[in-house]
Design a protein. Structure first.
Length: 277
C-alpha cells in the first residue's frame, strides 16, 4: 500500500499556491465566522479543537468534524484544513478541526504509525462526535464528518461504529483494512476525488464506494478532471459548495432532490427513510 505517503512538506501546499496565499474566496460569503479554541478528553489526553462557527447567538447549525491528513496540524502543514473549515462555516456549517493526533502523541503519520494507531484515532473521533453534539450552537441530529486523505479513512472507521454521524464528506478517500468487518452504520456519503490522484487512487475510492453501496448508503461521487490528491483553488471552492449543501440538507428526500438537480451521480437507497437520525 502506498497511499498517503506524500512528503510532509507537500501537505503545506494542499490547496495549491493560490489557495495557500489566503482563505478560500467563495463568491458571496453568507455568514461571518467566529473562530475559537476548545478541547475535550479522549484516551486520557487533551485533544485540541479549532472551532469555526457561523455568527449568530442562539442559533443551531449543522456541524462537521474536520479531520486532517497524515501530515498532522503544526507549523509546517495544516492551513488547508483550517481554510476548508472556515469556508464551510461561511456557508452555515459549524466546523470543528479536531487535532486527533494529540491523543496518540503523533506528529506525522506513515503507514506503520497508521497501522498501530488507526483504531485509537477512530475512538478519538467518536468522542469528538459526542462532544460536538453537546455544543449549544449545534443541531445534535446534524453532525457530519469531513475528512481529507488520512482523515477520510479515519472518518469511515468512526462512522462505521458511531450511529450519530449523519453525513460524510470525503476527499481523497479509500477503505482501511478491517473496517468493512465492523461497518454496521454508514451514513449518506459525498466522495470527492481528483482524476490524477496518485496518492489515493480512484481504485481505492471504488473499494470504499462498493462497501457503502453494499451497506445501502446513499453514495454521491464527483471527480475533478486533472486534479491530483491536493485540489487547486477552483476545485477546492467547488468542493466546499458541494459539501456545505450535502451536510446541511435535513431529510433524505430533500437531499435526493438536491442531488437530482446537481451534476453529481447518486446511488440512493431503494426506499429512503423520511429523515436522517
Amino acid at each position: 500500500m502506498t497511499r498517503r505517503l506524500a512528503p510532509v512538506l507537500a501537505f503545506g501546499l494542499a490547496l495549491g499556491p493560490a489557495a495557500c496565499a489566503g482563505r478560500l474566496h467563495l463568491p458571496g460569503y453568507v455568514h461571518p465566522v467566529e473562530e475559537s479554541s476548545a478541547s475535550f478528553n479522549s484516551l486520557g489526553r487533551t485533544v485540541r479543537v479549532d472551532a469555526y462557527v457561523p455568527e449568530g447567538k442562539g442559533q443551531r447549525h449543522p456541524a462537521a468534524i474536520v479531520l486532517h491528513g497524515s501530515g498532522g496540524l503544526h507549523l509546517l502543514v495544516g492551513d488547508d484544513v483550517q481554510r476548508y473549515a472556515e469556508a464551510l462555516a461561511s456557508r452555515g456549517v459549524a466546523a470543528y478541526v479536531v487535532h486527533y493526533f494529540d491523543a496518540t502523541g503523533t506528529f506525522a503519520a506513515g503507514l506503520a504509525t497508521e497501522a498501530r494507531e488507526y483504531w485509537h484515532w477512530v475512538r478519538v473521533v467518536r468522542d469528538a462526535v459526542a462532544w460536538v453534539r453537546e455544543r449549544p450552537e449545534v443541531r445534535a441530529s446534524h453532525v457530519g464528518l469531513f475528512g481529507l486523505s488520512l482523515g477520510s479513512y479515519v472518518a469511515v472507521g468512526a462512522a462505521a461504529t458511531e450511529p450519530h454521524v449523519s453525513r460524510m464528506v470525503l476527499l481523497g478517500a479509500g477503505l482501511e483494512p478491517g473496517v468493512a468487518d465492523s461497518a454496521r452504520h454508514l451514513p449518506p456519503t459525498l466522495l470527492l476525488h481528483g482524476t490524477k490522484d496518485d496518492v489515493v487512487t480512484l481504485a481505492e475510492e471504488d473499494t470504499l464506494s462498493q462497501l457503502l453501496r453494499k451497506r445501502r448508503a446513499i453514495v454521491v461521487l464527483h471527480h475533478y478532471a486533472g486534479e491530483g490528491h491536493d485540489f487547486g483553488t477552483d476545485a477546492a471552492v467547488d468542493a466546499v459548495e458541494r459539501s456545505a449543501r450535502f451536510l446541511s440538507e435535513g431529510s433524505v428526500g430533500t437531499l435526493l432532490e438536491v442531488l437530482r438537480r446537481s451534476d453529481t451521480r447518486a446511488t440512493p437507497r431503494d426506499t429512503p427513510p423520511p429523515s436522517i437520525p
